[in-house]
Design a protein around this ligand. Structure first.
Ligand SMILES: Nc1nc2c(ncn2[C@@H]2O[C@H](COP(=O)(O)OP(=O)(O)OP(=O)(O)O)[C@@H](O)[C@H]2O)c(=O)[nH]1
Ligand SMILES: [Mg+2]
Length: 675
């Protein structure tokens, strides 16, 4: 190929399932481009990606790492994204600002499903992407099977760009299907040209034709050439490859080994020639043309420099000190893994971290003329929670400040002050997600917290009506206290809450004390005879008596409480437990397992199942599930479904809970009050 002009800085997001080798691939790419003299390894904890203690400690990516290099005079930034489904939020954000995604896959057809969710996001957003089948040094790779399995989870056609050359079972090189040249892998270097093995010719012809046909689907001229058996010129093929990747019409497939540095330069070259320019990406995203305009895709509260807003400069250049969204940029940094180097400016296309934009949030467009709203994915719904407390009293303010910062960094991590259980709940995407948050609290903010399984906000109600008399009489020193009421207590249908009425005749209770009786009832409701908030019942005040001097608001409140304390236990009290409605999404080979997950839990009830809207081969199982049974649902669902199953949930109704489980709950509650 000739005549390539120098591109503006481009961004490739490296994505793919958990542990497929993304951090290793970034390391290899940086090394191949000459950005690092020596490669680190994930197991040695010295890669450019994953610089945080949480990532190092777990040998997994827990957030997106940023690093840049120059390859053949062109600037690249790689966003090494976490693969674990619990850290997906960061990955989606990185994809929103990337020109191209490299989807790193395992060379194992049985693992193809684990790529489904990310491919769906790429397809839905028309983000150009390349598949890189990694770890070809380890497996006896059956390329056709891997490709077929991946194709089953991709809406876009996958097209092999190269086929493997093998010695025995080992892949030792590749044949490029465009140039029809054969190369022997040379770790870390450009592969050596070799003679195309005769035995590969039939496969090479077949796969090349397949590639050309995929391109011809979007190029009538090429289609005519193929029909006429004419040989299409290479420039035409390269032009189509570039155009079709940009339009997300095809997904080119490469293979290699991040760890052994095989096929890495090949991948870099494909990126260089075929990945879209930033201005093309900005147009795809309908970013307004007028610059300067940058978009925040990641927020970090760094220990020494304070708040950093990582942005992609979509239009125009940026410089330190400039005003964006009414705030002055204070410090501009180019990030390379753990290090932030101060720079005075950044040019269009670059990824750069901007200091001290205190009011900027992830997703927002920054411009000198003020904030620009740009399309951005919604925060993922939290799936599990823990109840947390500081271990040192006096740390509460520090904790809430730290949590505020952590959820600013990660929209899928949220804090809730639960009014009913009085607990502080930390919500997230899974166990590891929450554990990592706790370790950040300790490591970065020096706040120690203990965590517990959250309480279930049980309620209670009654099943029978009674009439009850309640009297409060007290004589102490001067004037006394007197209140006297007759009330009806009766159950109401589910969801009614509490109702207060009065049918007093003849002024037996003066009007000004009606509200006192109501207040007394509301006070009593906070803790019914079983120990929980009462709901779905009514109190009607129909009679009573008063004393001219001794009656008061307080005395009538007290009388109402006396009446309820005596009356409610006679009304057949019953516990109510919150039931959630779940929609569990799984590939349909796991539908039966998802249904079993529901039915094997106490009071789990299947409502039905349907195809998942817009998701080929997926089902959604709808179910009711007691909140008390929810705690490890996500853990079990993931272990049943290779990690890909997920669900959304909402509170649905309260349901009576009787029998042993109810006794246990009431008993535990009693003990809590005795503490
Ligand atoms: N044999 C072999 N192992 C590899 C290769 N690439 C990565 N690995 C190993 O796979 C494991 C995971 O590698 P990472 O680079 O951390 O994978 P990742 O995709 O970044 O993982 P997450 O970000 O946590 O999803 C490590 O033990 C690597 O040494 C490869 O090409 N060949
Ligand atoms: Mg990683």
């Amino acid at each position: 190929m000739t005549g390539k002009s120098v591109s503006a800085p481009r961004v490739a997001a490296i994505v793919g399932p958990y542990l497929s080798g993304k951090t290793s691939l970034m390391e290899s790419l940086l090394h191949a481009a000459g950005a690092i003299p020596k490669k680190g390894a994930v197991k040695d904890g010295n890669t450019v990606g994953d610089p945080s203690p949480e990532a190092r400690g777990r040998q997994m990516s827990v957030e997106t790492s940023v690093a840049s290099c120059t390859y053949l005079g062109e600037s690249w930034t790689f966003l090494d994204c976490p693969g674990s489904v619990e850290f997906t939020q960061d990955t989606l954000h990185a994809l929103m600002v990337a020109d191209v995604a490299v989807v790193v896959c395992e060379p194992d057809p049985y693992r193809a499903l684990t790529v489904a969710t990310i491919l769906k996001f790429l397809d839905d957003h028309s983000i150009p992407h390349i598949v890189f089948i990694n770890k070809v040094d380890t497996h006896l790779v059956k390329m056709a099977e891997v490709l077929e399995a991946l194709q089953a989870v991709s809406e876009r056609p996958l097209v092999l760009r190269e086929i493997p050359i093998r010695e025995g079972d080992v892949i030792t090189g590749y044949v490029d299907l465009v140039s029809e040249r054969a190369y022997k892998f040379a770790p870390g270097k450009d592969s050596d040209l070799m003679k195309l093995p005769e035995s590969l010719l039939p496969e090479e012809h077949e796969q090349r034709l397949h590639l050309l046909e995929a391109l011809a689907d979007h190029d009538d001229h090429l289609m005519e050439e193929l029909l006429e058996d004419a040989v299409p010129p290479l420039d035409e093929i390269y032009g189509d490859l570039k155009k079709d990747l940009q339009g997300d019409l095809i997904v080119p497939v490469f293979f290699g080994s991040a760890e052994q540095d095989l096929g890495i330069k090949r991948l870099l070259k494909a990126l260089r020639h075929e990945a879209p320019e930033p201005s093309v990406t900005a147009d795809r995203l309908n970013i307004p043309k007028k610059g300067p305009l940058a978009q925040v895709f990641k927020t970090v509260h760094a220990q020494h420099v304070g708040k950093l807003s990582f942005v992609r400069a979509w239009r125009g250049d940026l410089s330190d000190g400039m005003a964006l969204n009414g705030m002055a940029v204070s410090g501009m940094y180019r990030t390379q893994g753990a290090t932030n180097a101060k720079v005075p400016k950044a040019i269009e296309g670059e990824i750069i971290a901007l200091g001290k934009l205190e009011k900027a949030h992830t997703g927002i467009g920054l411009a000198p003329t003020g904030a620009v709203e740009l399309p951005w994915p919604e925060a993922l719904q939290p799936l599990t929670c823990i109840s947390i407390k500081t271990t040192k009293s006096g740390d509460e303010v520090k904790l809430s400040g730290a949590l505020h910062k952590l959820s600013e960094e990660d929209a899928s991590l949220t804090l809730e002050q639960n009014a009913e259980t009085k607990e502080q709940l930390l919500w997230g995407q899974g166990e590891i997600h929450l554990k990592v948050a706790l370790s950040k609290l300790k490591g970065r903010f020096n706040v120690d917290v203990s965590s517990e399984v959250p309480m279930v906000p049980y309620k209670e109600t009654i099943r029978k009506a009674v009439k009850q008399h309640g009297r409060f009489k007290h004589q102490s020193g001067g004037h006394g206290a007197f209140g006297d009421v007759h009330i009806d207590i009766k159950p109401l249908p589910r969801g009614s809450g509490f109702e207060f009425t009065e049918t007093v005749v003849g002024g037996s209770v003066p009007r000004q004390y009606y509200s006192s009786v109501e207040k007394g009832s509301l006070e009593f409701m906070k803790r019914g005879p079983l120990g929980f908030n009462m709901v779905d019942f009514a109190v009607n005040l129909y009679d009573g008596s008063y004393h001219n001097v001794d009656s008061s608001d307080a005395a009538f409140q007290q009388a109402a409480r006396v009446a309820l304390a005596e009356g409610v236990p006679k009304c057949d009290p019953v516990l109510l437990e919150p039931i959630l409605e779940l929609h569990i999404a799984v590939p349909n080979e796991f539908t039966a397992k998802a249904q079993r997950l529901v039915t094997t839990r106490r009071a789990g009830q299947i409502l039905g199942f349907n195809g998942r809207d817009g998701w080929n081969g997926w089902d959604v199982v709808s179910a009711y599930m007691p909140q008390a049974e929810m705690n490890d649902v996500i853990v079990e669902l993931r272990s049943l479904t290779m990690g890909v199953g997920t669900f959304n949930w909402a509170f649905h109704h309260l349901q009576e809970l009787v029998g042993k489980e109810a006794e246990r709950v009431v008993d535990t509650r009693k003990k809590e009050f005795e503490k």
